[in-house]
Design a binder for this molecule. Structure first.
Ligand SMILES: [Zn+2]
Ligand SMILES: [Zn+2]
Ligand SMILES: [Zn+2]
Ligand SMILES: [Zn+2]
Length: 500
C-alpha cells in the first residue's frame, strides 16, 4: 500500500474485510479512485450496443460477431472488440433476433460475466489480489432459483455454444455471484445503467447511512479501463473511523432495504438506521394512526420483519406483513409513474401524494420520494417553469425542498448528489419569491437583500457538492450550470437589488 493511501484494509472474523480511514478525513477528500476490473450490461438489460451500451433497435449487427451495436464505430470499441466479439465470432455464437428490443433480453446476461472471465486471463495478478477473494456466496446461492437460472443462461451458454469449457462451471458461478453481490451501478453519458466491478470500493462495509461518496466517470470511450470511480469522504471522518458505502437505495424504508439486502446481498442489516424505530428520527418508515389523532405507527422491533407495529398514542396494533403490503401498493403506484414526466408527471405524482398523505407520516419514505421527484419537476416541466409558477406553487416547491433536506441531512449526509440537486432546486424559488415580495412591497429592501444572500448561500452549497461530479454525468453538468449562475449572481448582486 502506498503512503498516499488514505484508508487501510482490516479483517475481522465475523464481518470479513472492511476499511478504515488511516488519517482524519475532511468532507470532499479523495480517499481513492480505481478503474473497474470489468464492466458491462446489467443482468436485467434490454438490448443495447455492446460498444457504447446505449439501447439499440438491433438493426445494425457487428460485422465480426453479429451481435447488436450502433454502427461501425461502436463495433471497434475496445470493450467489445477485445472481449466478447472475439469469443462470439470464433465460436459462431449468434445473437438471436428478438421481437421487442426494449424488453429484458436474456442473451445479454452472459456478457458481463464473460468480460470478468476474460479480464481474469488478461490480468491474473489483479484477479488474485483484488477479485478472487470477493464474496460470491456460492454456498447460499446454490439452493436458490438464481443458481439454476445462471446454470442455463450463463454457465451452459458460455461453456457450450461459446466454446469456453476452459472456464470451470464453479468458476463461472463464482463470477456471477461476485457480480450479483459486489457490482455497482453506473450511468453511461447517455444515462443508461450498466454495472461495474470495483474491487476496492467493494471492500467497504455496508451501512444504510454511507459516509463516503462515490462517483463513476463513464466516458464511454469504449476502453476497457473506462468508467473510473472516485471515492471521497462525504462527511468528516476521524482517523480509524470505518468507511461505509450503501448497497441499497437510501430513500427506501427499513423493511424494504433489509429485504433487498437479505435477498440480493445475503446479510441482515443491523446498522443504526435499521435498528432505530424512527430511522434516526426521520420517520421514513412511520405511518399515521387512523384510530387516534396524533398517533404514529412504529415497528416495535425494526430488526424483526414480521413483528408487531404499534401506535405511540393508542392501543392500535398491526404487524409487519400488513405494513409490507401497504408499502408494496404504494411502490406499485410509484412504479407506474417512473417514466411520466412534464406536466402529466407533476399531476400524477400530486395525485399519489394526496392519496397517501393521510395514511403516512409526513416524512415517510414514499412521500419523500415523491417530494424528490416533484421538487425537480416544478420549475422545469412545460407550463411549470419558474416564470410560470404563481407564488403558492413556488412556496410548495420551496417547502418540499426544505422537508426533503431535513431527511437527506440524516440519511444522505454531506456531499451527496441528491443533497446537491435539492439545494440547487431550493435556491431558485427562494430568489424568485423574495423578488416578488419585494416588488409588491411585502418586504423591505434590506430584507430582500438578506433573502437574496440566503439564496446565494444555498446555491453555493449546491455548487460545492455538484462541482465534484464528473462532467460525463448530468450532476456534473448541473454543477457547471450552478457554478456559472453562482458567479454571475455574486458579481451582479447589488445590481440585482437595485433593478428588482
Ligand atoms: Zn454504440
Ligand atoms: Zn462484435
Ligand atoms: Zn441498515
Ligand atoms: Zn393510535
Amino acid at each position: 500500500m502506498s503512503q498516499n493511501d488514505l484508508f487501510q484494509i482490516k479483517t475481522n472474523e465475523t464481518v470479513g474485510r472492511y476499511a478504515v480511514a488511516s488519517q482524519a478525513l475532511k468532507a470532499g477528500d479523495v480517499i481513492f479512485s480505481e478503474i473497474p476490473f470489468a464492466y458491462g450490461p446489467k443482468s436485467d438489460s434490454p438490448c443495447l450496443c455492446l460498444g457504447c451500451h446505449s439501447p439499440v433497435e438491433c438493426s445494425y449487427l457487428c460485422s465480426k460477431c453479429s451481435w447488436p451495436v450502433c454502427g461501425p464505430d461502436c463495433e471497434s470499441l475496445q470493450v467489445h472488440k477485445d472481449n466478447e466479439c472475439q469469443v462470439f465470432s470464433s465460436s459462431g455464437a449468434k445473437f438471436q433476433p428478438v421481437p421487442d428490443p426494449t424488453e429484458l433480453c436474456l442473451q445479454y446476461e452472459c456478457v458481463t460475466p464473460l468480460r470478468v472471465l476474460l479480464a481474469k486471463e488478461r490480468d491474473p495478478k489483479r484477479w488474485d489480489e483484488e477479485v478472487a477473494n470477493m464474496e460470491a456466496h456460492n454456498d447460499k446461492r446454490r439452493s436458490k432459483p438464481i443458481w439454476e437460472y445462471n446454470q442455463h443462461n450463463i454457465v451452459e451458454y458460455l461453456r457450450g455454444p461459446c466454446k469456453l469449457s476452459r472456464f470451470p462451471e464453479e468458476l463461472v458461478h463464482t463470477v456471477c455471484g461476485i457480480l450479483e453481490i459486489n457490482a455497482f451501478e453506473a450511468r453511461t453519458p447517455s444515462c443508461y445503467m450498466i454495472r461495474c466491478l470495483f474491487p476496492k470500493l467493494a471492500i467497504l462495509s455496508h451501512n444504510c447511512v454511507s459516509n463516503i461518496h462515490h462517483a463513476v466517470d463513464c466516458q464511454a470511450n469504449g476502453e476497457i479501463g473506462d468508467c473510473r470511480v472516485t471515492v471521497r469522504a462525504a462527511i468528516d471522518i476521524p482517523k480509524d473511523g470505518e468507511l461505509f458505502s450503501s448497497y441499497t437505495y437510501s430513500l427506501w424504508p427499513t423493511l424494504i432495504r433489509r429485504e433487498f439486502l437479505r435477498e440480493s446481498k445475503f446479510f441482515e442489516c443491523t446498522c443504526p438506521r435499521c435498528s432505530d424505530k424512527t430511522e434516526l428520527g426521520t420517520h421514513m418508515s412511520s405511518l399515521k394512526c387512523q384510530k387516534c389523532d396524533n398517533g404514529v405507527i412504529l415497528s416495535v422491533n425494526p430488526l424483526e420483519d414480521v413483528g408487531e407495529w404499534a401506535c405511540t398514542h393508542c392501543d392500535y396494533k398491526t404487524h409487519g406483513g400488513a405494513i409490507r403490503r401497504v408499502f408494496a401498493a404504494i411502490q406499485n403506484d410509484l412504479d407506474q409513474l417512473e417514466y411520466v414526466c412534464g406536466a402529466e408527471g407533476i399531476q400524477s405524482r400530486e395525485n399519489v401524494y394526496k392519496k397517501y398523505k393521510s395514511v403516512l407520516h409526513p416524512k415517510n419514505a414514499y412521500l419523500t420520494m415523491l417530494r424528490s421527484a416533484l421538487s425537480q419537476l416544478y420549475g422545469k416541466a412545460e407550463g411549470y417553469t419558474l416564470e410560470d409558477l404563481p407564488d403558492v406553487v413556488l412556496e410548495r416547491k420551496l417547502e418540499m425542498c426544505v422537508q426533503l433536506l431535513e431527511v437527506l441531512d440524516v440519511i444522505e449526509p454531506g456531499l451527496s448528489r441528491i443533497r446537491g440537486i435539492t439545494l440547487y432546486e431550493l435556491h431558485a424559488p427562494m430568489m424568485v419569491l423574495a423578488r416578488h415580495q419585494y416588488q409588491y412591497d411585502a418586504i423591505t429592501k434590506e430584507e430582500f437583500r438578506e433573502q437574496l444572500k440566503k439564496s446565494l448561500e444555498t446555491l453555493g452549497k449546491a455548487v460545492e457538492i455538484l462541482i465534484k461530479e464528473p462532467l460525463s454525468q448530468p450532476e456534473g453538468q448541473l454543477g457547471q450550470t450552478a457554478k456559472m449562475s453562482y458567479d454571475h449572481l455574486l458579481e451582479n448582486f447589488d445590481v440585482l437589488i437595485e433593478t428588482a
